[in-house]
Design a protein around this ligand. Structure first.
Ligand code: FER
Length: 255
């Protein structure tokens, strides 16, 4: 094992972002994939660990990072916004870029982290060999403009101070900032390779969004995990295989 591989925090403007670097066998130079969870998620979720292990087995470093208000990172959940997550992702990308053992850099994220992958991908296209949004929740910005948020109804013109749901509450600033994001612009801006993996039984993000994104991207592949839900429960092997196949092609230069 590489002694660099461990658990640590990446500073983002004073907010500690909890990170774990999992290494492949050997200490050599190799690609690295950043891996980010979704809304209310964390780096220990089964579907993320399945992707991490599959990539490590292919000889790829995996840097899992938790965003503002999630997992063991700083900040409170109720104060997180996509703007803060974008700043966090930029900090993690900057950190990963300067690691001397990294050859190519990739960015992968699930759901809200998949939307983040699409946004940060567009911002850092020069630094990323490919992006891998998993069940990307790219309807969030459009939903907040129409007044829907995870099944809740809100007045898009008069956003409440707090939004309360079973088990969580969220500042209205989440909605205010999400309304300013246009995922379609990010899709148009990113010309590199994209792998989207999505289950057609996703109850949170409709599969049709994956199909639409795959059409809009200049160079996208969509893998449907038939029967899988939002978090690929019971299908983590299929998810990992889809990601592995894509990376195998990327590494051997087939792509
Ligand atoms: C929403 C739909 C999906 C939403 C968040 C998500 C906050 C994200 C889900 C996830 O990351 O798993 O309306 O609003």
């Amino acid at each position: 094992m590489n002694e660099m591989c461990n658990e640590f925090f990446i500073d983002c403007d004073g907010i500690p972002l909890h990170a774990k670097l999992d290494c492949p066998e050997g200490n050599g130079k190799a690609p690295l994939c950043i891996l980010i969870h979704g809304f209310t998620g964390n780096m220990e979720e089964e579907h993320l660990k399945a992707v991490q292990k599959a990539l490590n087995e292919l000889g790829i470093y995996v840097l899992r990072a938790e965003m503002y208000g999630h997992g063991k990172s700083g900040g409170e959940f109720k104060n997180h916004t996509l703007f803060k997550w974008i700043t966090n992702a930029l900090a993690v990308i900057s950190y990963a870029k300067q690691l001397d053992f990294v050859t190519d850099l990739y960015l992968c994220g699930h759901s809200q982290g998949g939307l983040l992958t699409m946004l940060a991908g567009a911002m850092c296209a020069d630094d990323l060999k490919a992006i891998i949004p998993l069940s990307p929740a790219w309807m969030i910005p459009e939903g907040t403009r129409k007044g829907t948020l995870l099944g809740l109804s809100i007045d898009p013109q008069h956003i409440p101070e707090m939004i309360k749901c079973d088990g969580w509450e969220l500042s209205g600033d989440y909605v205010r900032t999400a309304q300013m994001i246009h995922a379609e612009d990010a899709i148009e801006r990113y010309k590199g390779p994209v792998l989207i993996v999505h289950g057609d039984r996703d109850e949170t993000v409709p599969f049709s969004y994956a199909q639409k994104a795959a059409q809009l991207y200049a160079d996208a592949e969509l893998v449907n995990i038939s029967g899988a839900d939002h978090c690929f429960n019971g299908f983590t092997g299929e998810l990992a295989a889809a990601v592995s196949d894509f990376f195998s092609k990327m590494i051997t230069g087939g792509k």
